[in-house]
Design a protein around this ligand. Sequence first.
Ligand code: CP
Length: 334
Amino acid sequence: MKHLLSTQDLSKDEAVTVLDTAAQMAATQSREIKKLPTLRGRTVVNLFFEDSTRTRISFETAAKRLSADVINFSAKGSSVSKGESLKDTALTLHAMGADAVVVRHWASGAPHQLAYSGWLGGGDDHVAVLNAGDGTHQHPTQALLDAFTMRRHLVGRVGGAPDDGVGSDLAGVKVAIVGDVLHSRVARSNVHLLRTLGADVELVAPPTLLPVGVETWPCTTSYDLDETLARRQPDAVMMLRVQRERMSGGAGAFFPSPLEYTRRYGLDARRLAMLPSHSIVMHPGPMNRGLEISAEAADSPGSVIVEQVANGVAVRMAALYLLLAGTSAEGSVQ
Ligand code: CP
């Protein structure tokens, strides 16, 4: 891998390698050897044109635990607010010796543009680009941490593989992804990665929050959450944030109304009781508690939402390691 831009670029072997490497990284963290020397002398730039809590902090933590130098760049407070282009920003970062750029951008395709424009060098001199979320397009490390979390909880129960899941895919795992699919880069990334790993995915959403062309995605779709829960008995239910800020007509202008949405698509105690006892409840965050998920569901024993955040660090350590450590890194993962 030269870059991590989309889960659609990952083969099954590559995806399993990232998950297995993340398992090794997680093991080093649980052994309290918090810092590895692997990326000493390398520079990782976090280039964020959109707000983030989890992804930005997680990438920063991951890079620091691999001993990389980290530069945090936020569009707010930078020369971007004076009109500087993505190209000139990239040329500046390259001139400063960045080895990897983690980019979140409101424009779908911006990470691809950075990776292949030549603005960040090329050939042996190339800077690795990691997509931290672009528009409504992709958020590959989120999908990888979601798959990592599913593997830890479900493989062995559902698929008959070893308890820690190392080396295994997600064959036989049934996943329901529920809510605002239209605006969700998390849903897009997950559908493709989970399918690559052999899971069986159903999207559940009101027709107004499903994208045009969803019938070509490698999954099934439903408009009825109660029916999906009863029929499929999913092993994992992933609730999506309603992205009111991306809806035209201003915040709050979406159909169905918030009250109707919660009634038909919210995960609450009644729907929680419809799930098999081993099922896990997931959400990429940030949550709209009381809209797509009740506090009771978010804080239930089956909820792995906080664990998803913790797993994100191991997965991002793995991604940085695999992209950067092949050249001149010191040390290795024990
Ligand atoms: N899941 C996720 O991308 O969260 P942040 O927007 O806080 O990074």
